[in-house]
Design a protein around this ligand. Sequence first.
Ligand SMILES: [Zn+2]
Ligand SMILES: [Zn+2]
Length: 291
Amino acid sequence: MIFQGRLIPRLEVLAAHLLTHLAALCSEKRCALCAAPIAKNALRPPVDDSADRTPRPPENPAGTPNHAHGQGNGAPQAGDLGICPACLLKLPERTSGFCLRCGEPMHPDISAGLCGNCLQNPPPWNNFYFYGVYTGYLRELLHQVKFSQGLHQAGALGKLLAGRFPDGSTGSTSQYDCIIPVPLHKRGLRRRGFNQSVLLAEPVSEKLKVPIRRDILAKSTDVGQQHGLSRSERFKNMQGAFTSARADNLRILLLDDVLTTGATLRSAVLCLLRAGAERVDAAVLARTPGS
Ligand SMILES: [Zn+2]
Ligand SMILES: [Zn+2]
């Protein structure tokens, strides 16, 4: 009896301990990119890749987002993003020194300028949003998403892009009626099995409280890979590559993974405007440097 009397309370204590550990294990956050555990209350390291760390310019006429996303500014922290501080350090956000219309990296002193391409041939979109330069870890991760089906990583990267937008208003007062991820051609979609732009758009849709619409824009031409083509070849290749259902009076946020020359986005935006869209903004996760 004495033995039983001791054993049962011990078993209960053991079970309670096990349950606590199990709960801790289940609630432990792990980095969506490298699977390292994320400490509770882990802060987001203040990293940007603009060379001189100058403050961002004041609100500009081109409407490029000026909301700085450092600590203390209501920016999502490491835990909220599902990304550990070590990975965030390798994913610098571009906060100054870029073309306001297309994100082309520029000297940090040119804080509110346009690149030569945009001056000569202004893009058809209104505002432009992007997270960082397509290089290093960001490039590596996007490659993994596209070619190794890193689906869980795409959601985390989408959260980084979502952080570039001011906090969402309700759907009815939002500045957008819908978010349109740049579609793949149906053959491309069959090959890959998913559209990475849709995965990136989901956290943005959640933040802005604006629905994703995949029934408006379609890629009608399978243009294949654009790698290795010159700038003018890319533009020629993308002409008429999209078709659109009526988009009358819609205010649209068009979203893609990477902007290289802008040929894809230009073609898609023009198609939506021809279909009656009132306004189209563009957002990409990453901007290729020097193109
Ligand atoms: Zn990590
Ligand atoms: Zn530009």
